[in-house]
Every structure is written in C-alpha cells, then in structure tokens.
Design a protein around this ligand. Structure first.
Ligand SMILES: *[C@@H]1O[C@H](CO)[C@@H](O)[C@H](O)[C@H]1NC(C)=O
Ligand SMILES: *[C@@H]1O[C@H](CO)[C@@H](O)[C@H](O)[C@H]1NC(C)=O
Ligand SMILES: *[C@@H]1O[C@H](CO)[C@@H](O)[C@H](O)[C@H]1NC(C)=O
Length: 276
C-alpha cells in the first residue's frame, strides 16, 4: 500500500535511526536535541518502544496495554500500544529534526490546527512503525510526531493501515497519576481499532493532534471554540435536581469524542426554562 500523505518522511528515505528487530524490544536511550515539555515535566530523553509507545524514563517492554487513566507512575504516549513484533517483519524507526522542511511542515500543521497560537516549530521528533505485524499476523503502520517550539508542545498521530485484532490495544496518552490523559475513541478495542485511520479530532482522516505542554489552555476545544450551540432532546428535565449532572456527562461524552481531553470539568452556569 502507498504511504498515506499525512505521514511525515520516515525510513531510509529520511535517514532514520532504526530500532533493533526484537519482540518487545525498544530503541536505546535517545537524547533529545531540545527538551520536550509534557504536561509540566521537561524531558531530555526518550525511548521508542517496539510495542507502539514512547516513554521518557526507561524502556518499556509491556505488550498488554493498561487502560488510561491508569493513575500510574510514568508518562506514556501510545501511538498504538499493543503486541507488535518487528522481529517478524516491518521497521520501527525515528528521527529528530532541528532544521529543514520537516520543521516547516510541522509549523504549518500546528498553525492550521491552532490558529490562535503564535507557533513556530524548533524541534520535531518522528517515530514510525512501518508495516509491523501484531505478533505474527497483519501489518500495521502509524507514526507519532512530537513537535515543540517556544514553550508549546504537541503530539501528532498519523494512522495508515491499521488491521483489526483480537488483542488488547490502546492509543492516546497518560501521565503520572493520570493528571492528564486521552484515549482516542474506539482505540481501546481491537475489533474497532481500524477506525483510527479514518477518525480525527481536526478533520483530517487518520490524524489526531494534541497540545501537551500543559499550558493554561491545553485543549483544542478551549483554544479554538469560544462558544458552542447544542441542541439535544432529553426526557430529563434539566431544571430538576440531579438531572443537570446526567445531561452534562452526556454532553461531555460527545465533546470527548471530538477531542476534548477527558479530564476537563464541565458545569452549567445557568439553566433556564424558557418554554412550557
Ligand atoms: C492513585 O494512586 C495513588 C498512589 O498510588 C493513590 O493514593 C490514589 O488514591 C490513587 N487515585 C485513584 C483515583 O485511584
Ligand atoms: C518559556 O517559559 C519560561 C518560564 O515560564 C519563560 O521564562 C520563557 O520566557 C518562555 N519562553 C518563550 C520563548 O516563550
Ligand atoms: C485502514 O486500515 C485497514 C486495515 O489495514 C485498511 O484495509 C484500510 O484500507 C485502511 N483505510 C485507510 C483510509 O487507510
């Protein structure tokens, strides 16, 4: 299959560094050319783990993902965390950039998705899982791109061929103690995981983007949307006690499917009955 256009350059064409081919293996420690800010913590090192995730403190070999939020002890970015095996076939590779056309492309992408942020990329890290099979069967391709500049940082996930699987899967991110986390909808079920290559929170099929520096306004929705107009039908009367909470949880679920981080709190400021 052709590489999707949403993919950043990778592989031998991009002179990537290549992970050892080994089941449950990882890259050796990668020293970052520019520190990466992830929800308030600044990292100088990263590991590209063969099972589809990135960690900062140590290599991580676990092949059965835990569910986010895990209230765990590590920060983790999961492009598609599952039992991937590059010992059979496929290439896992990475490259970091501090100059050149990849920075230009990342700047343009972030400026498009976050039009209100004055952003210029100064560092980009591209990790690619190219045609790597689940343990031994169907091949799956995706990328995790880290982008930073000034004090902003972003994660961009690109999904190509994503086969369904009977295995446990998880895509998104989770922080130490789960102060911040996100699960891409349908990514935590092997039977629906193929939807990763058509879904999006920015209207580009197969691409998900998150601002992750932890700055005061850390969600796409907060940055780009000043108001939303929602129409819903409900048998619950929101002015009756307890019902407002149920309704707001339903609204939140819908917004989370569109990219609102699930740790955001929503409240009604005012509920007014204007019709009988
Ligand atoms: C998260 O973990 C901490 C430390 O292990 C524990 O004290 C806390 O109760 C946990 N919180 C939740 C919501 O499980
Ligand atoms: C980044 O944040 C630090 C600390 O808040 C601040 O001193 C510095 O000016 C910021 N740098 C940029 C380029 O915004
Ligand atoms: C998504 O992945 C599946 C499984 O590899 C593939 O059949 C399908 O063509 C992909 N769709 C897109 C839009 O890439």
């Amino acid at each position: 299959m052709r590489t999707p256009q949403i993919f950043y350059p990778f592989g031998s064409a991009a002179a990537d560094s290549i992970n050892p081919a080994s089941d449950d293996g990882s890259s050796s420690v990668i020293t970052l050319l520019s520190p990466f800010l992830f929800f308030g913590r600044t990292y100088q090192r990263i590991y590209v783990n063969n099972n589809g995730d990135l960690t900062f403190s140590q290599a991580f070999s676990q092949y059965v993902p835990y569910s986010f939020p895990a209230n765990g002890s590590q920060d983790i970015i999961a492009g598609l965390w599952t039992d991937l095996n590059n010992g059979v076939t496929g290439v896992i590779s990475y490259h970091q950039y501090t100059t050149g056309s990849v920075l230009t492309r990342a700047t343009q992408d972030i400026n498009t998705y976050f039009p209100n942020l004055p952003f210029t990329a100064s560092w980009v890290f591209v990790a690619t899982w190219d045609k790597v099979p689940y343990l031994s069967s169907t091949e799956t391709s995706f990328q995790v791109v880290l982008i930073s500049g000034s004090n902003y940082s972003f994660i961009l996930m690109n999904y190509g061929n994503i086969a369904a699987t009977g295995r446990s899967v998880e895509a998104g991110y989770d922080t130490i103690s789960s102060t911040n986390y996100f699960v891409i909808p349908e990514s935590n079920s092997g039977s629906s995981v193929s939807h990763l290559n058509t879904s999006s929170n920015i209207n580009v099929p197969g691409r998900w983007v998150f601002r992750v520096d932890g700055g005061p306004k850390n969600s796409i929705v907060r940055v780009n949307v000043v108001g939303i107009h929602v129409r819903f039908e409900s048998v619950l009367n929101p002015t009756e006690s307890g019902n407002a909470e149920i309704i707001i949880q339903q609204i939140k679920q819908e917004l989370c499917k569109r990219g609102l981080p699930s740790d955001v709190n929503l409240t009604f400021r005012k509920v007014q009955k204007i019709n009988p």
